[in-house]
Design a protein around this ligand. Sequence first.
Ligand code: T5A
Length: 222
Amino acid sequence: MSAALRRHPRFISLEGGEGAGKTTALNAIRAALQARGHEVVLTREPGGTPLAERIRALILTPDAEVANEPLSAEAELLLVFAARAQHVRQQIEPALARGGYVLSDRFTDSSYAYQGGGRGLDPAWIADLERRAVGLQPGLTLLLDVDVAVGRARASGRDLGPDRIESEQDDFFQRVRAVFRDRATDDPARFQLIDASQDQAGVAAQVVAAVTAYLSKEGGNG
Ligand code: T5A
């Protein structure tokens, strides 16, 4: 059975490595969309529904805190897609059907970057899961790109201890960044690359400009 992948114009994702600054950017985009009178559903991955948030906890809780049993790369991939399948059906598709915008903090590009680039799993397997279990892509993806060391320093400045993925080494995050950048280069119709090395106001201004340009192009919504 072949499965189709559909791009939805009111579905927007934010991607990037650790500490890229997605939180501020998401709030700026939400405000810009709401100022135009749009319903905006702000959500995140892994997670976004009660069940998917329980799967998120399995993915991000350090191994030693769960069962002292390392989560395999393959199980990690299937868990992120289990959470995503649930998220798409319970949260994203209904919101789009109501006519709202969906703004997601990460989506399938993170699986290509982290499980494909970081863990070394076959991107063809990820593409197959994307088609069969998800079937949906954002119309716009903003990639917040920043040097790995800068992003990790920002993320480690918070009070929380590192989660299971944040505990990986720099080379893992270099591979993650490389995959994100390659995907943006290969798909310029969907991706906008944002220089996330700037301060928070500078990043927010870039993302709002990118979304405004996208809305104008999509048919006068801007
Ligand atoms: N994952 C996810 C997978 O492996 N596969 C998948 O398919 C999916 C969907 C999610 C983890 O799951 C992985 C990727 C992740 O490792 P998470 O906690 O949601 O876990 O992790 P992140 O999304 O990376 O969240 P972070 O909080 O680390 O990054 P953000 O959201 O980009 O950063 P933010 O906005 O919280 O900022 C971090 C800190 O930096 C400061 C902020 O004040 C904050 O303290 N900051 C800046 N400082 C200076 N200049 C700027 N421009 C700044 N922007 C933010």
